[in-house]
Design a protein around this ligand. Structure first.
Ligand code: KIV
Ligand code: ZN
Length: 521
């Protein structure tokens, strides 16, 4: 690897999925992984295989199917985890085992309190160093590509950290990742830590030094960039900055900062930046976690110029107020792509250009949905196609289907809803009143399906394209018996979209196996 290339290690599917409220099905993870490969990330961390059956399955599917990037799986520094990670990863072209153990006093005190790790802090630290070395040795039996992370490195004693890093490189760790697990450090401090490692770890040249920064103080990207200045050549990051608590360093911000400020950093990545926007939308859509409008690079306002003087300036010379072009991240003006007379062939061709791979059956259903939409809406944009296709791709068996919905509401009127829901051969009709037509519809659906214990913990609505006849997309988060699912529905009628999203969530609760232990570390 050239010294001026920064490896982009994407952990959207592992750390990103630990975002509160995010929960992706195996199928959705595989789709995101294909898009990450298209984006050109070097490494995809596909999951934490021992943490649940679903995590194992997703890591395995991605390892078996996704070509191009290295596929990594996370494992604590214990044999059982490493063996399970390997089981999931072994089908990959280029598998990587990523093993970790905590090295800060505060983590050691709480996670390794048992005397079996030693009685004093000094004894515990020696044992942890041994465990790190044993874990890397064990992982090396399976694959030459082994990454080691001293968790909470940002708050670890630098002398001890240097010893651990040197010891794991000695036994063959090819990447050593330095996490700022709690997002506690500042750029100067974190850059200084990386400098110290380069100065004091004698064998450091034998491994790639990586960084993994959390965003608790809003410094994840700044800390990662400071580390790159000091010689780190892998950055761990997530699309839209998803991740535990306040998230991880945002991939799109890291990549565009390195590109736009090449003059300062002097390094490149292999990312095809024109795929950034599409990847961001896909991840927002599937996780149900929307991007804030003023988010750098991918927010709705990132390239919008409001003040007259700015608009005027940009029209005369873009560089007056724009440091990068929307096209650089693949943001193009919405194009009308298809209409009611478009044939199946044109429909399929455009979907392929957009990167969707559908089976014949999925294509057939998506085309039917497209024709229905084209009857209601004259012009169909790429965003409409994405909403249709993603609805079809991630359909679970339709235990419940909406047959009829009628709502009535108005100023001074009591909002009411009547629904008819099909469950196999049975059709159930129910009515309810509520705080508004959506609330009334949800109450009626709960009664009709018998799923009265389900709790709606989030409801979001957005317009897919502009104009009054635009498709409305509703995303709901439903909780039942400790499980959380996302439901999505689209329609030109927002009440219908709301009902469809609710039923989609209910169908997922019925169809998807429980996640069990989430991938928390
Ligand atoms: O934040 C962290 O320390 C992690 C490690 C497992 C790399 O996610
Ligand atoms: Zn993390």
């Amino acid at each position: 690897m050239q010294d001026n290339r920064v490896i982009i290690f994407d952990t959207t599917l592992r750390d990103g999925e630990q975002s509160p409220g995010a929960s992706l099905s195996v199928e959705e993870k595989v789709t995101i992984a294909h898009q990450l490969a298209r984006l050109g990330v070097d490494v995809i961390e596909a999951g934490f295989p021992i943490s649940s059956e679903a995590q194992f399955e997703a890591t395995k599917r991605i390892a078996d199917e996704v070509e191009g990037p290295v596929i990594a799986g996370l494992a604590r520094a214990v044999r059982e985890d490493i063996d399970r990670a390997w089981e999931a990863l072994k089908g990959a072209e280029r598998p990587r085992i990523h093993t970790f153990i905590a090295t800060s006093d505060i983590h050691i005190r709480s996670k390794f309190s048992s005397d079996k790790y030693g009685r004093t802090m000094e004894e515990k630290k020696e044992r942890i160093l041994e465990m790190a070395v044993e874990a890397v040795r064990h992982a090396k039996k399976y694959t030459p590509d082994v990454e080691f992370s001293p968790e909470d490195a940002g708050r670890s004693d630098p002398d001890y950290l240097c010893r651990v890093v040197e010891a794991v490189i000695e036994v063959g760790a090819t990447t050593v990742n330095i996490p700022d697990t709690t997002g506690y450090t500042t750029p100067e401090e974190f850059g200084g830590l990386i400098r110290t490692l380069f100065q004091r770890v004698l064998n450091i040249g034998k491994a790639v030094i990586s960084v993994h920064c959390h965003n608790d103080l809003g410094l994840a990207v700044a800390n990662s960039l400071a580390a790159v200045r000091e010689g780190a050549r892998q950055v761990e990051c997530t699309v839209n900055g998803l991740g535990e608590r306040a998230g991880n360093a945002a991939l799109e911000e890291i990549v565009m900062a390195l590109k736009v400020r090449q003059d300062i950093f002097g390094v490149d990545t292999a990312i095809n930046t024109r795929e950034i926007y599409r990847t961001s939308r896909l991840v927002a859509h599937l996780t149900g976690i929307e991007v804030q409008p003023n988010k750098a690079i991918v927010g709705a306002n990132a390239f919008a110029h409001e003040a007259g003087v700015h608009q005027d300036g940009v029209l005369k010379e873009r560089a007056t107020y724009e440091i990068m072009r929307p096209e650089d991240i693949g943001l193009e003006k919405s194009r009308i792509v298809l209409g009611r007379h478009s044939g199946r062939h044109g429909f399929r061709a455009r979907l392929e250009e957009l990167g969707y791979r559908l089976s014949e059956e999925e294509l057939k259903r998506a085309y039917e949905r497209f024709k229905e939409l084209a009857d209601k809406k004259k012009e169909i944009y790429d965003e409409d196609l994405a909403a249709i296709v993603e609805g079809e791709l991630f359909r679970v068996p339709q235990t419940f289907a909406l047959e009829y919905l009628h709502t009535s509401s108005g100023t001074g009127a009591i909002p009411t809803a009547t629904v008819r829901v099909r469950k196999g051969d049975e059709v159930v009709q129910e009515a309810a009143w509520g705080d508004g037509p959506v609330d009334a519809a949800y109450k009626a659906i709960k009664r009709a399906t018998g799923m009265e214990k389900v709790r709606l913990s989030n409801y979001a609505i957005r317009s897919v394209t502009s104009g009054t006849e635009a498709l409305g997309e509703v995303t709901v988060r439903l909780e039942a018996e400790g499980r959380t699912v996302m439901g999505r529905g689209t329609s030109t009628d927002v009440i219908e979209a709301s009902a469809l999203a609710f039923l989609d969530g209910l169908n997922k609760l019925v169809a998807l196996p429980g996640e069990g232990l989430r991938g928390e570390v």
